[in-house]
Design a protein around this ligand. Sequence first.
Ligand code: FAD
Length: 402
Amino acid sequence: MNSYDAVISGAGPAGCSAALSLARKGYRVLLLDKVRFPREKVCGDGVTAASAALLEEMGVLELLRQRPESLNSFKGATFVSPGGTVVQGRIRQIGNLKGSSYVIPRTALDDCLVSRVKDHASITFLDNTNVTGLILEGDSVRGITTSAGDFSGRVVIAADGAYSKIARQLDLLNRNKNQQGFAMRAWFSEVEGLSDSIELCYDKAMLPGYGWIFPAGKQRANVGVFLICRFTDHRTLKRMFERFVNEYAYASAKLKRAVMEPGTLKSWPLPLGSFPGRRGRGNVLLTGDAGSFIDPITGEGIYYALKSGQYAAEAVAHALKRNDEAGALKRYEQLWRGEFSARVYFPGYVFQHFMNNSWFVETFMRYTAKKQSRADLLADVVVHNRKRRDLFKLLNPFHQVY
Ligand SMILES: Cc1cc2nc3c(=O)[nH]c(=O)nc-3n(C[C@H](O)[C@H](O)[C@H](O)COP(=O)(O)OP(=O)(O)OC[C@H]3O[C@@H](n4cnc5c(N)ncnc54)[C@H](O)[C@@H]3O)c2cc1C
């Protein structure tokens, strides 16, 4: 049986990020994915400035620049309230990060991630290989079983997405409906009135979720709706999507002559980061959607997948150096909880209640729309270009937000 320092199941953003980080620290990694690349992933394809900064570090943006048709940068974010107030924020790029934000079709983004991984001599990459289970030995895991045979690893990293087989086998999968979102998206061509802004529309019927129109090329857009299951029954997803496209005034005006690209209407769960469970057991760590890391307010998951992959790599490297494989989980929990729990996940879970109130959303949008600097700050926070706590500056009417 071939043996590695780390075996990673799933080659999306979380798996590729963990693999590259470990390989750069000198460890031997096996990365597997059940499908052949390039492959599609159901997503809104919004890549915030924070994600773009990580992709730059990984050398992935450099590859995407060679495919300019896939790299659609946007310069603003437009928010539409339930009553139709429009807030147009410009991304000022004077915050924490000066990078751009993009809409990047996942087929291209994930293909470039995998290309970077394949370049690395310490990573063995096998696609078209289904990981079927963990090989248990007492309390620890010795490796994995796959459609191409068994492989052993000192640690296993699950990056196999929202339906993670590994998380399920360990009974760690987020099955709590109060901690999940669901989204449906389709690609549209011949969309009218697209600008260089992403558009987020807060329809009363889907609060605290929203509908989106993300421009990606000439008259082409990724269009979808995001529902939070503890407030909106996810079985209404298709109806909400149709309502957004055909009845919600702002979106239907843009989409009335647009054509939905056949076969692109798809839905997928979003396991939210506010899920309280541990993200692993023994020498197995859960990353990205497998570990439930999505932002409970915006539905952003790519950044948290890339970052949790990095944290997992850091924790694994620390543990392997000390020959204490089971110690990886403790460090991993400290790293991700220290960064995300109190800043993003807990406040996000609480803020869902405010966002569920259409009066609150309406009042907040009208107030923000009154000053361009407020709208710009909101746009910068949403694309992760400024810290979330900067939003409190909006509440002080005398404070200059910049
Ligand atoms: C409709 C929708 C819109 C979204 N929009 C956005 C957005 O605009 N911006 C944003 O940041 N986030 C968005 N998200 C969230 C984002 O898509 C995810 O958080 C992100 O893809 C998580 O990355 P990951 O690497 O954890 O998992 P994935 O990207 O799901 O990758 C998992 C990989 O594991 C592989 N795999 C699964 N099972 C096995 C197995 N048994 N063996 C081997 N391999 C396996 C899969 O083939 C896949 O390649 C959206 C989600 C949805 C559903």
